[in-house]
Ligand binder design. Structure first.
Ligand SMILES: Nc1ncnc2c1ncn2[C@@H]1O[C@H](COP(=O)(O)OP(=O)(O)O)[C@@H](O)[C@H]1O
Ligand SMILES: [Mg+2]
Length: 259
């Protein structure tokens, strides 16, 4: 047999996008192998969320391609990419606030089988979806909150709900946009542990995060964006030791000495 298993889960090829006068991404290329755990870091405005949106099909790149398991999905809608195993969590959490935690999670599962999840919520085998949702909520540490309205959850729990909602589609590739933002030290560590456990079960993971301590603790590879370009891609220690990375990202404080 040929090496089918070596096809990367995700390939981003020469992706560029401009918003008016802002060149948000410039010729971005990288690939993520199956099972990998990549930390995507970079200063605010570097283009991280834009890159996630292009991978998810929320935005179309001006040039370049996105491939999932070797298939060009650049022109496919988000739902079609979800069917191929992609799930994302968003930097800005936007759950259906008046619904319960359980309904929110079960609703997300509907995306797996239909592009009309709200309809699916009422027509699918509801019991099965609910059971699945309960399992997912327990996984992210939200057991016991099933019947609460989402509006009653503090940020730490909303961020976990985002992960449960993403898991509802049973993803093979999970991309999380700042899932630790706004969490205290302990909550951030717990959430990072949850993501690491998912990766340990084989979910290929890209973690977009500013919390460098947690990124370095859990990720196996680092990708650094700055000003829309990839400036480093590799083993975390080597990337963090890289002079360009230090100057662009970490070393802003270091500039004081030079000034
Ligand atoms: N919809 C948009 N319209 C105009 N400019 C945008 C839009 N989305 C992002 N940008 C700009 O693109 C750049 C990258 O933004 P973003 O991807 O959100 O960065 P990050 O997530 O790394 O903080 C920023 O300069 C931002 O202002
Ligand atoms: Mg962002």
């Amino acid at each position: 047999m040929t090496q089918v298993h070596t096809t990367p889960t995700l390939q981003v090829e020469n992706v560029s996008i401009r918003f008016g006068g802002v060149q948000a991404l410039i010729d971005v290329s990288f690939s993520v192998t199956t099972g990998d755990f990549v930390g995507l870091i970079g200063p605010n405005g570097a283009g991280k969320t834009t890159l996630l949106k292009i991978i998810a099909g929320v935005l179309r790149p001006d040039t370049g391609r996105v491939l999932l398991d070797g298939e060009d999905v650049t022109k496919l809608a988000t739902a079609a990419r979800v069917k191929r195993g992609l799930a994302v969590t968003h930097q800005i959490v936007r759950p259906f606030r008046s619904m319960t935690v359980l309904d929110n999670t079960a609703l997300a599962a509907g995306h797996r089988v239909t592009s009309n999840p709200l309809g699916a919520l009422f027509h699918l085998a509801r019991k099965r979806e609910d059971d699945h949702a309960r399992t997912l909520l327990a996984r992210v540490g939200l057991g016991g909150t099933e019947d609460k309205p989402v509006s009653a959850l503090p940020l730490g729990q909303l961020k976990r709900l985002e992960v449960a909602r993403a898991l509802a589609v049973d993803p093979r590739l999970l991309i999380l946009d700042e899932p630790l933002a706004g969490l205290n030290h302990k909550e951030a560590a717990t959430q990072a542990d949850t993501v690491a456990a998912l990766n340990g079960e084989g979910v290929t993971t890209i973690l977009i995060e500013h919390n460098l301590g947690e990124v370095l603790r859990v990720c196996r590879r680092l990708l650094v964006l700055d000003g829309g370009r990839i400036i480093a891609n590799g083993e975390p220690k080597a990337v963090m030791a890289d002079k360009t990375v230090r100057e662009a990202y970490i070393g802003k404080a270091g500039d004081d000495a030079a000034a």
